[in-house]
Design a protein around this ligand. Structure first.
Ligand code: 6GP
Length: 838
């Protein structure tokens, strides 16, 4: 392997205390940072000062790798993946960096010798909640895997000042509180104002003829916004690769409009600044739904344009001709939020870099690839033409032209099929006119993928059927995965150590090696250890719940957990129907023998999603009644843990016995929580939806609690005409459950509170809770039976973990590299001059 030529780095003098990994060195560096960065000495330092001092100590060690990586990538002009995503739900950085640097234990010892507790310091970190749920967290897992697999990559997104809101629960209702993740400073990022770029918005376009007599268009914007990159290093697990997450902040080009300022309009001058800064102010808190707001479209063009301009800057700096943009970069679009990249790349190449249409189009298509993350119709982004014209007049012209060429292609392939043209057009003309972003993404990309086998199949058969018929070769599946570093090694050290003590630690990088655990499934000592670890972790959660919610929980009960965003299609209320069913059974027969359960919920609802918020209120209301009913005793407990986040998830997954993955089949694109639970030894109760199908195939149907209608059965039932009332009238237990809610039993006699939810179930039940109710209850009864046989349960748990190897995000990334990105790894060696001296 080639090492970095010395002249590149000879001026870099890096001292031991910035790179050394020994306990002594870490201690010195920590105190040094406390003194020189935080400006504190131990006696007056706060916990946050200590956290910051440690974070800077770790960051120094990252910087060494980061700079080496940059040197080598620049030197070689390596092919690079640009992962464009409106969301990156990174979770706390400190612990993950300790794991990936391989210095967790040294740092734990170093801080403890200084009288501090590492867990305490880790708790201090405000996580950057720059995402809503699955889509943003997947992006974060993929960055981890790309760095671990030594794939040159850049994550591009928005540095929201306010991330996903903090959730409080008051009187059982969700209350949203502004997330101020930056208020204590962010030690992990470095601002790069020297790479600022400008983004145009609004105004109009003008045609003109250039000096070669060519027809050209110039865009006279109404407003220009400055984008400033903030870079965070993303270290791979036990590699020297440190890639970059580059997030853009919006600023006004000048802090003050001096014209307005001098004429006495001070407020007007400051206003321009405020309007610009709005673009990176706040994350839209919607998961799986699109609102069509102007600010959101402005955010999208903002980060997409900044990122594409940045890539073009890199292309030039590395002396790659612009005609080879697609050889230097492959740009993955994380859903349609960055789909405007199709028009923006065309605009940059044609208007700003004088390229002809055909060449620009070929480069655009070869560079871009699109991942779809949802089948929900309400999530498919469409922008009203009027909005588009006023914000992005030039892009609209380009989209019209792309559409013209595209529809010509469709006509050639399917002559005389005008209905198809109408369906496939980039412009929806059925009523008010809209730009269809998914269509734009499909036409402008060389690859279109879904995120689980079933999801990809449904895209091909349904949502994107016309595009599949037009371009079958573009379609491919990339089943999601999760990083075992964060979701095992960091969050579940006890299980990690047990596993590694038996099979070594190669599984951390090669998750399929977990298979070796199967050899121990009949080893009673191992099974005993497995069970003791789960039990110890459950005890920890019991203590947490006692502290947080003041509820005392039986650690021997089944920990039955549903943790994810709240949405009707995910059917947290089906889970509620089960709880009430058990409650009714106890009320009817107080001595009934029931396997004790603790139902644990976590998750946020979109602030404007009334029904999801009502479901949260219902769960909390059930908790109030069930937890305090003397008939129930210790058999059932219901716990809603507020403010679900990545940090919080890391605490919850390891403690679960049962993972609830109960969406209506055909709605959950993949799910990734399902993978994290299973990897931590929980058994799944689930429908045949998303990646559940593949998890069941891997772990074996006998180790998985499957129930409910399949996707084709869902369609068939809906086609026949679904009547929820029939189920209500014919199922005694179901009727009793609904009647119990309707009677006001959980709402202090108020019969109106949950009426909207009940009406929706009784008369529409779009997500078929009633149709799946009996199957779910039967399956849960079976769960309760199996749990009583502890040996059998433990065996199933071990086999689940042993067979989850497929669901590493490393596997997903390898598939992307091979089938879509055509990219190889670039190992990084620490350059001689900047190598750590221990
Ligand atoms: C989510 C899907 O709902 C989830 O099933 C999947 O696992 C995840 O993406 C990662 O692929 N989709 C979103 O969060 C979303 O906003 C537009 O889709």
């Amino acid at each position: 392997m080639q090492t970095v030529p010395n002249h590149q780095v000879e001026n870099l003098q890096i001292e031991d205390d910035r790179t050394g990994l020994s306990v002594e060195c870490l201690k010195r560096a920590f105190l040094d940072n406390l003194f020189y960065v935080q400006g504190k000495f131990p006696k007056i330092a706060t916990k946050n000062d200590y956290y910051m001092a440690l974070a800077y100590t770790v960051r120094d060690r990252l910087l060494q790798r980061w700079i080496n990586t940059a040197v080598i990538y620049t030197e070689r002009a390596s092919r690079t993946v640009s992962y464009l995503s409106a969301e990156f739900l990174m979770g706390p950085h400190l612990g993950n960096n300790l794991v990936n640097l391989g210095i967790y234990d040294q740092v734990k010892q170093a801080v403890s010798e200084l009288g501090l507790d590492l867990e305490d310091l880790l708790e201090q970190e405000e996580e950057p909640g720059l995402g809503n749920g699955g889509l943003g967290r997947l992006a974060a897992c993929y960055l981890d895997s790309m760095a671990t697999l030594e794939i040159p990559s850049l994550g591009y997104g928005i540095r929201y000042e306010f991330g996903i809101f903090d959730q409080d629960i008051r009187d059982g209702w969700q209350v949203e509180i502004t997330d101020k993740w930056l208020h204590c400073g962010n030690p992990w990022e470095i601002a790069r104002p020297e790479w600022e770029v400008y983004v145009k918005l609004g105004g109009h376009t003008e045609a003109y003829t250039d000096e070669h007599g060519r027809y050209r268009v110039r865009w006279i914007p109404y407003q220009v916004v400055k984008g400033v990159p903030h870079d965070t290093p993303i270290l791979g697990y036990k590699t020297n690769t440190a890639n970059t997450l580059r997030l853009w902040t919006a600023e006004a080009p000048e802090s003050f409009d001096f014209g307005a300022f001098n004429s006495g309009d001070y407020l007007g001058a400051v206003q321009a600044k405020m309007v610009s800064e709005n673009l990176s102010k706040v994350l839209y808190p919607n998961d799986d739904s699109s609102q069509g707001k102007r600010l959101r479209l402005a955010q999208q063009i903002f980060f997409v344009s900044c990122s594409l301009q940045d890539m073009i800057r890199i292309v030039f700096r590395q002396n790659v001709p612009l005609e080879k943009f697609h050889e230097k970069f492959v740009v993955q679009l994380n859903d349609t939020h960055p789909a405007i990249a199709v028009a923006e790349l065309m605009r940059l190449l044609i208007d700003e870099h004088d390229m002809g249409w055909d060449q620009a189009w070929s480069i655009t298509q070869k560079s871009l690839a699109y991942t779809n993350h949802t089948l929900l119709p309400e999530a498919l982004e469409r922008w009203p033409i009027s909005l588009f014209r006023s914000l992005l007049p030039r892009h609209l012209e380009i989209i019209y032209e792309i559409n013209y060429h595209f529809l010509e292609e469709v006509k050639a392939k399917f002559p005389g099929d005008s209905d198809r043209l109408r369906r496939m057009s980039l412009i929806d003309e059925s009523g008010e006119k809209y730009v269809r972003m998914a269509h734009l993404a499909c036409v402008g990309s060389h690859s279109i993928n879904g995120v689980a086998a079933l999801h990809t199949k449904l895209l091909q058969q349904d949502v994107l059927r016309d595009f599949y018929q037009m371009y079958p070769e573009k379609f491919n599946n990339k089943t999601n995965g999760v990083t075992p570093r964060r979701f095992m090694v960091l969050s579940n050290p006890r299980l990690t150590n047990l596993i590694s003590s038996k099979i070594g630690d190669s599984w951390i990088k090669h998750l399929k090696d977990l298979k070796k655990l199967e050899a121990f499934v009949d080893d009673p000592e191992f099974c005993h250890q497995w069970r003791s670890i789960k039990s110890a972790i459950k005890h920890d959660l019991v203590a947490y719940i006692q502290k947080q919610n003041g509820i005392s929980v039986n650690p021997d009960s089944i920990f039955d957990i549903q943790a994810k965003r709240f949405h009707e299609y995910k059917r947290q209320h089906l889970n509620a129907l089960h709880i009430i069913t058990l409650y009714n059974r106890i009320k009817a027969n107080p001595d009934i023998d029931i396997t004790p359960r603790t139902f644990i919920f976590g998750g946020k609802a979109a602030p404007g999603y009334y029904m999801a918020k009502l479901i949260i209120k219902l769960l909390n209301s059930i908790a109030d009644v069930v937890n305090n009913d003397p008939d129930v005793r210790d058999r059932l407990k219901v716990v809603f843990l507020k403010d679900y986040s990545v940090k919080f998830a890391q605490r919850v997954y390891p403690a679960a016995d049962l993972s609830e993955q109960i969406s209506m089949a055909g709605k959950e694109a993949s799910g990734t929580g399902n993978m994290k639970f299973a990897l931590n030894g929980a058994l799944t109760i689930g429908t045949l939806d998303g990646a559940n199908v593949e998890i069941r195939d891997e772990v074996g149907a006998e180790n998985f609690f499957i129930f409910g209608l399949t996707a084709p059965e869902v369609y068939a039932l809906k086609a026949r005409g679904y009547r929820p009332l029939d189920y209500y009238h014919s199922n005694r237990e179901l009727k009793a459950v609904i009647d119990r809610i309707a009677s006001g039993h959980f709402s202090h006699g108020d019969t109106q509170l949950f009426k909207p939810l009940l009406d929706s179930l009784l008369h529409r039940d779009e997500y078929l809770l009633f149709a799946d109710y009996q199957a779910y209850i039967d399956c849960q009864d079976n769960v309760s039976q199996v749990y009583r046989d502890r040996d059998r349960w433990t065996r199933m748990s071990i086999l689940n973990v042993a067979r989850m190897g497929k669901f590493s995000s490393d596997r997903s990334i390898r598939d992307y590299c091979q089938d879509i990105w055509n990219i190889q790894s670039v190992p990084i060696e620490l350059g001689e001059c900047i190598q750590a001296k221990e």
